[in-house]
Design a protein around this ligand. Structure first.
Ligand code: GSH
Length: 233
């Protein structure tokens, strides 16, 4: 059965969505072939009569669905003969905690540093929508004024990443010797930044930078093939 994944893109075929990356890694982990169909922000409402507001959207056979957690669970439920994304209910629950931590403490901070870079890298036809929707989210501030002091925000996000850094001191991946869905979540966020960043996130000797490099090599360089900018200075 063909698997099609609608995947957010920027010019130069930069696939930037952290949520789409989770699912692309999950599909690769299960050894499933898929077609990652590029869409821009303003294409999403044109798909499936506007049923879905966000990507990833998965299409396979009669199934059309979005929401990355629902998709990951669907893949495990459906492809039981393939490696599991969640090998137990306990693993799934623990990864849920990781997702909450990473979303609230890390992705939100990355958004505040890189939101203007996303705008600047977006397709021309998506820029007005992106600016209006994100400036609304930022309480009416312009992307330019909001990010004017962004370099000063780097130490805070690097500090907030201490739990990940401490974990990686003892093991190569959050999942242990091999990556699990928590890694796909974390790496998705860093690949998002890599796709747009005009300000490097890491210092070169940060173990998290080395971790991202390991992540880029996973599944025969699946994410390394995605165009990106320097993540470390
Ligand atoms: N809860 C959703 C979040 C997905 C999401 O936020 N996707 C973003 C791209 S990273 C999106 O489609 N945004 C569309 C927009 O901003 O209009 C999931 O886990 O799939």
């Amino acid at each position: 059965m063909t698997i099609r994944l609608y995947d957010l893109t920027l010019p130069g075929d930069r696939r930037m969505s952290p949520f789409c990356w989770r699912i692309k890694f999950a599909l690769a982990h299960k050894g499933l072939d898929f077609d990652a169909v590029p869409v821009g922000f303003t294409d999403i409402p044109k798909l499936h009569d506007g049923e879905f507001k966000t990507v990833p959207i998965l299409e396979t056979g009669d199934i059309i669905m979005n929401e990355s957690w629902a998709i990951a669970e669907y893949l495990d439920r459906t492809y039981t003969d393939r490696p599991a994304i969640f090998s137990s209910a306990a693993e799934r629950a623990t990864v849920r905690f990781f997702d909450a931590w990473y979303g609230l403490e890390i992705m939100n901070r990355l958004f505040m540093i890189y939101v203007r870079d996303i705008h600047d890298a977006a397709r021309e036809e998506d820029k007005a929508y992106f600016r209006a929707s994100r400036e609304k989210r930022l309480g009416g501030q312009t992307l330019e004024s909001f990010t004017a002091d962004r370099t000063a925000k780097l130490p805070e996000v690097r500090h907030a990443l201490r739990p990940l850094r401490a974990t990686l001191a003892n093991q190569p991946f959050v999942g242990g010797e091999t990556p699990n869905y928590a890694d796909f979540i974390a790496l998705g966020g860093f690949i998002w930044v890599r796709a747009v960043a005009t300000l490097p996130l890491f210092e070169e000797d940060d173990p998290i930078y080395a971790y991202v490099e390991r992540g880029l090599d996973l599944f025969d360089g699946l994410a390394r093939r995605n165009p990106g900018n320097a993540l470390a200075a």
